[in-house]
Design a protein around this ligand. Structure first.
Ligand code: DQA
Length: 146
């Protein structure tokens, strides 16, 4: 089993980016946590980040036949990108939507998500722990024995 964790724009700035909202943990630290859990669960992990919508679309297309599921924190593209939603729909892989912050407790424009339309579920507001919970949830969903 192989899972792609795909991070969108500005998530490379974690650690110093609005720490009152996103905390002090960096993306490489989150990746490390995910790698450790993936080893424990016996799954393969691809962990990617891009600030570019089209690059994310390409990465989603490339995941077909390579990965079994996608966990996506699409950052601000969550709220704007029909292209990323369509890309996820086109590869027909189980997709879990993830956010560090509780988007529903924040500005109105963060309440709407294109990703939710094509996701099996959503984890938000739990910080970096959400990445680990997402991996466990996806492994459960895929019916993989941990
Ligand atoms: C985010 C929430 C988005 O609204 C925001 O644009 C981000 C990060 C989160 O992880 O909380 O860039 O996806």
């Amino acid at each position: 089993v192989s899972i792609l964790v795909l991070n969108g724009p500005n998530l490379n700035m974690l650690g110093t980016r609005q720490p009152e909202v996103y905390g002090h943990t960096t993306l490489p630290q989150i990746e490390q946590m995910c790698r450790q859990l993936s080893e424990e669960l016996g799954i393969s992990l691809a962990f990617e980040q891009s600030n570019h919508e089209g690059v994310m679309v390409d990465m989603i297309h490339a995941s077909k036949g390579v990965h079994d599921a996608i966990i996506i924190n699409a950052g601000a593209y969550t709220h704007t990108s029909i292209a990323i939603m369509d890309a996820l729909a086109s590869v027909e892989l189980p997709t879990l939507e993830l956010h560090l912050s509780n988007v529903h407790a924040r500005e109105e424009f963060r309440h709407f998500s294109y990703i939710s339309r094509v996701a099996i579920g959503l984890i938000c507001g739990l910080g970096p722990a959400g990445y680990l919970l997402s991996l466990r949830a996806m492994v459960d969903h895929l019916g993989v024995k941990a």
